[in-house]
Design a binder for this molecule. Structure first.
Ligand code: ATR
Length: 278
């Protein structure tokens, strides 16, 4: 039996066991995927003993993504670009790391809006944390000419520009509406809007009518940002798709089958989200 898990601190909220459990059943695989609470002081010990624990690998979530990156012996391009890892596996006894958030975000964007245009204006990103870095990397790979990063703490956005090069431009948080007007895509990577708390206060008047507005927050499924973009006639992309798609490469590594993100899986996770927020 092949085994994998997700580690984090806390870990209770994780929906990864729901997602991987669905695929294990669907593909009739003799495997298990559990969640394990690992405090920061124990991450290194845990990751160095995956084989002894009979684990093919694991997902890593907050706050262990940077530690996982540092501990890995091999890092793929996605992990190196983001300086954080969320997917680990053993290969010839070596701990290997990837960051599948870039894949998850870009795959779902391409799926929902296949005709989004990388050359139709800058890609605008709200926030400058780990998720923002993963998405900056995705837009650079997609050939976007200019990426504007708006962050409350300007220094973190400046660090992204330094790390990713001259196609990334730094903007003040206060000009996020004016500065994003000609965007081809606007994406929120901050926690603002999570569980309906806070507002990004974006004024969509005068936005490029082809702009795609996306949010990586998926609780609630339709965030305030998405609702106000839709009211202005813009297309939107929810955050749940990124969560589902980022799980695909890990499952393929550990269990040997590349799984499909189906409507049935999505409905299962939606029901779980709605059950917990009601
Ligand atoms: P992640 O790895 O999930 O991206 P993170 O590294 O904690 O998480 O980053 C969170 C992002 O949300 C940051 O860009 C943060 O802004 P700061 O760098 O100024 O802290 C942003 N953020 C969180 N709460 C916010 C708020 N109330 N208003 C604006 N930005 C906020």
């Amino acid at each position: 039996m092949k085994r994998a898990c997700v580690i984090g601190w806390p870990i209770e909220h994780s929906r990864s066991p729901l997602i991987h459990g669905y695929w294990l059943r669907k593909y009739g695989i003799d495997g298990s995927y559990t969640k394990v609470a690992v405090p920061p002081a124990e991450v290194a010990g845990f990751l160095r003993t995956l084989a002894e624990r009979d684990l093919a690998g694991c997902n890593v979530t907050v706050p262990h993504k940077e530690a996982a990156y540092a501990l890995a012996e091999e890092r793929d391009e996605s992990a190196r670009a983001v300086h954080a890892a969320n997917t680990l596996w053993l290969e010839d006894g070596k701990l290997c790391a990837a960051n599948t958030d870039t894949y998850g975000y870009m795959t779902y964007l391409d799926h929902v809006v296949p005709d989004w245009k990388a050359h139709d204006g800058p890609a605008c990103i709200l926030g400058a944390g780990g998720a923002a870095r993963a998405i900056v990397h995705g837009f650079l790979q997609a050939g976007v000419d200019e990426i504007r990063v708006f962050n409350r703490t300007r220094e973190r956005a400046e660090q992204i520009a330094e790390d990713f090069g001259p196609r990334v431009k730094v903007f003040d948080w206060d000009v996020r509406s004016d500065g994003a007007r000609e965007a081809c895509v606007l994406v929120n990577t901050t926690a603002v809007g999570l569980k309906g708390e806070g507002s990004l206060d974006i004024d969509f008047a005068g936005f490029n009518e082809d702009c795609v507005v996306s949010d990586i927050v998926y609780v609630p499924l339709e965030t305030e940002l998405m609702a106000s973009a839709e009211a202005a006639g813009l297309r939107t992309v929810d955050g749940l798709g990124m969560l589902l798609h980022q799980a695909v490469p890990g499952f393929a590594k550990w269990f040997g089958v590349r799984p499909q993100v189906t409507d049935e899986l999505r409905a299962l996770v939606v029901a779980d989200i709605e059950g917990k927020i009601c």
